[in-house]
Design a binder for this molecule. Structure first.
Ligand code: PGA
Length: 249
């Protein structure tokens, strides 16, 4: 059985003092959960969050990284830098990065490879726009994004890649995909992985749903056959909401 994973994505929110009190508040509420708990925080919160999360079961991730080890890339942060301070996870190819910062399937693939070189575990986002969905292209788009993201990785690396299916029309809009639709989409991602890398690989990959996950819909989403948890934006900013999502059972 695959484990359940609940990952918060704070996006560009939370100052270091807010991050520390959030983690101090959350830790006792989630200490007995069987689910994996991850918070993906802004770069400036990473060190404070890592220190505060020590001796808890909360893991810390970044929201992006550069694919180069180091060099003349003003304003960027490398996988090596994240690893050096103890970061464990990194979100790659979030739709906001694809939309506003020129992230492409090619850069996503390079970043995933660089993450593995630095022993970071990538959480890779895929998802269709509303227009693509209305044109009946959702499945084609998400399976292609998945295929290109994973190109050139070993089976072992693929098993350790988390994928987050986030339909763009559901992010921050309050509109959630129905549990059935989200599960279908995630099954098609798993099928794509099975076709290219075999069933044993596909069965191990953790695939999350993201897009307006909240305490009210977490259980319905996370108890389907193929949804292994959530990548949570807005509702990860309040301890009382996020705690309920982690403890959805
Ligand atoms: P949301 O964001 O939960 O606020 O819709 C999800 C995400 O973008 O990861």
């Amino acid at each position: 059985m695959r484990r359940k994973v609940i990952a918060g994505n704070w996006k560009m929110n939370m100052l270091p003092n807010e991050a520390m009190s959030f983690i101090e508040g959350l830790a006792p509420m989630v200490k007995n959960t069987p689910n994996e708990v991850i918070l993906c925080v802004p770069y400036t919160d990473l060190f404070y969050s890592l220190l505060t999360a020590q001796n808890t079961n909360i893991k810390i991730g970044a929201q992006n990284m550069h694919y180069a080890e180091k060099g003349a890339y003003t304003g960027e942060v490398s996988g090596q830098m994240l690893k050096a301070i103890g970061v464990e996870y990194v979100i790659i190819g979030h739709s906001e990065r694809r939309q506003y910062f020129g992230e492409t399937d090619e850069s996503v693939n390079k970043k995933i490879k660089a993450a593995f070189q630095n022993e970071l575990k990538p959480i890779v986002c895929v998802g269709e726009t509303l227009e693509q969905r209305e044109q009946g292209k959702a499945q084609e788009v998400i399976t292609l994004q998945t295929k290109l993201a994973l190109e050139g990785l070993s089976n072992e690396q693929i098993k350790n890649t988390m994928i987050a299916y986030e339909p763009i029309w559901a992010i921050g809009t309050g509109k959630t995909a129905t549990a059935e639709d989200a599960n279908q989409a995630i099954m098609s991602i798993r099928q794509e992985i099975a076709n290219s890398y075999g069933n044993d690989v596909a069965e191990e990959v953790i695939i999350l749903y993201g897009g307006s996950v909240k305490p009210e819909n977490a259980k319905e989403l996370f108890t389907t056959s193929d949804i292994d948890g959530g990548l949570v934006g807005g509702a990860s900013l309040k301890v009382e909401d996020f705690e309920k999502i982690v403890n959805f059972e």
